[in-house]
Design a protein around this ligand. Structure first.
Ligand code: FAD
Ligand code: SF4
Ligand code: SF4
Length: 479
């Protein structure tokens, strides 16, 4: 074992410096600064190089974390980058936005009484150093292949699959209905978690490596799915989930009651310098308004923190369970609290009030009752507990479901689950339609970027096997 490791006894856990809440509320830049070389080496050296590294087991990509921590501690960074990028197409993105407290770091088994190694921040440091030194290169396949693969969706699942397939020499085209590549990385997740040039840098690298992007191209509207299928040896569906779950309460149709993703997309577009009429008109802008966000997941946290940065008069989050039961990352809740968000735990909306435009939310207090069959305590309304919150803009962040893909693609044969997610054979990652694969949120339901990357990589491998088997079959038939 390297002598530099096992420093957790002497060296305390440190996160990269976080900008003060006051400072970060004034812009959309990331809130964490980069590790200095010295901090990254010191923090990496805290790892005890476990025989069975639970950090690695609980990383969806099974990143070889102990090895790249040791290489960082020893300042062998190019090798650290090679190890880290061997299992992850976008380590600098995962290092920034994975909920590490639930994945790698939450499962770090450094000795009791010592806090976990700061894995995500070191992963980001390694890859940013690699970019600075020109070690991150576009795909350069040893030989070109004639076969082509069509990928629908330029989110993390589609982009990681494209990267893997292009490296194998396939002709890869990604179609996306948006005008920029990145999916939710670009239009969902706000810049204070992931600055947009980080995503654009990856899209450019793919294009420089020979991946063709066809943007502003909605499959099912601009080009039919069957046309895409006919053009390629295999097709990957990586379209994500975009149908906002709605709320059926009195007043839900009032102006000023808006879905979270429309609100976040307007804000992200504004930061990217686009013309955004719905932002400029004030409809999707929190400035000087009382904002109420409904929900307790990561999307709700992104909305409340965006509203703070847009200089809202007040920002309240209504969530029907308590803090311990929030589905969102605790780290993000803490960031929101520091930035001045008022959390009304154990509270649920009862009605939205106003004439044409919302001006308030009636809410009720909740008591958590007995656990149901899933083990979660059931929220129960406390009688006569109604209270009113002033609200000029109400943002609904209640989760997402898939759109009706068989209808959208005019492919009734495309089998979906009862939730509308595309059904695949997990061994082959193929749908019921031969040569049509699926990956990411459209298969799992709303999930995480790191799972999108994992699925994209797995799908690329299975597509390669499928295409090669098809080619072998053709050769045999001709012979
Ligand atoms: P997406 O990223 O949704 O990409 C799908 C792409 O398909 C889109 O670009 C879309 O335009 C395109 N598309 C869809 N239909 C068509 C069509 N018919 N024709 C052409 N193109 C089409 N995860 C984390 O790990 N950490 C976080 O901090 C985090 N924060 C989040 C915050 C918000 C607000 C949201 C909404 C999600 C967040 N997530 C986070 C989840 C994460 O963003 C998703 O799990 C991930 O992006 C899914 O990747 P994907 O490639 O499957 O789909
Ligand atoms: Fe942790 Fe995510 Fe990196 Fe895996 S990809 S090591 S879970 S930050
Ligand atoms: Fe190092 Fe923690 Fe992983 Fe063990 S679990 S190898 S201490 S990072």
């Amino acid at each position: 074992m390297a002598s530099k490791m096992l420093q957790f006894v002497k060296t305390e856990k440190q996160m990269p410096t976080k900008r003060t809440a006051d400072e970060r509320a004034r812009d959309f830049d990331e809130i964490y600064k980069d590790f200095s070389k010295q901090s990254a080496e010191e923090q990496a050296s805290r790892c005890s190089q476990c025989g069975v590294p639970f950090c690695q087991v609980n990383c969806p990509l099974h990143n070889n974390i102990p090895d790249w921590l040791m290489l960082t501690a020893e300042d062998i960074l190019q090798e650290a980058y090679e190890v880290s990028s061997a299992t992850n197409n976008f380590p600098e993105i995962c290092g920034r936005i994975c909920p590490q407290d639930r994945l790698c770091e939450g499962n770090c088994v450094i000795e009791k009484g010592f806090e976990s190694v700061t894995i995500g921040a070191v992963e980001k440091y390694i890859t940013e150093t690699a970019f600075e030194n020109g070690w991150v290169k576009p795909a350069a396949p040893i030989a070109e292949r004639a076969e082509s693969i069509g990928i629908i969706g330029a989110g993390p699942a589609g982009m990681s699959a494209a990267d893997m397939l292009r490296r194998q020499g396939y002709q890869v085209t990604i179609y996306d209905r948006y005008d920029r590549a990145g999916g939710l990385l670009i239009y969902g997740i706000p810049g204070f978690k992931l600055e947009k040039d980080i995503v654009e840098r990856r899209a450019k690298l793919l294009a420089d490596g020979g991946v063709t992007f066809k943007l502003n191209c909605n499959i099912g509207t601009d080009i039919s799915f069957s046309e895409i299928r006919a053009q390629h040896n295999a097709v990957l569906i990586a379209t994500g989930v975009y149908k906002a779950r709605d709320i059926t309460l009195p007043g839900a149709g009032l102006d000023g009651v808006v879905p979270a993703l429309s609100y976040l997309t307007a804000s992200n577009r504004k930061s990217l310098g686009d013309d955004v009429p719905e932002f400029d008109s004030g409809d999707m802008n929190a400035k000087d308004k009382n904002i109420v966000v409904i929900g307790g997941g990561d999307t709700a946290m992104d909305c409340v923190r965006t509203a703070i940065r847009q200089e809202a008069k007040s920002v309240t989050c209504l969530y029907r369970r308590d803090k311990a039961n929030m589905p969102g990352s605790q780290r993000e809740v803490q960031n929101a609290e520091e930035e001045g968000v008022d959390f009304q735990w154990l509270s649920a909306p009862q009605a939205f009030v106003g004439d044409d435009h919302v001006d308030g939310v009636l809410a009720q207090r909740i008591h958590l009752g007995r656990a149901d069959e899933t083990g979660r305590q059931v929220p129960q309304v406390i009688e006569d507990s109604t209270f009113k919150l002033e609200a000029d803009l109400v943002i609904k962040a209640l989760g997402f479901d898939p759109e009706d893909l068989p209808a959208m693609f005019d492919e009734p044969k495309l089998r979906v689950s009862k939730w509308g997610t595309v059904s695949i054979d997990w061994k082959t990652m193929m749908t019921d339609m031969p040569g049509v694969f699926a990956a990411g949120d459209i298969v799992r339901g709303a999930s995480l970027v790191v799972w999108g990357v994992r699925d994209g990589r797995d799908a690329a491998e299975r597509i390669h096997s499928y295409v090669q088997a098809e080619l072998a079959g053709e050769t045999k038939a001709v012979g």
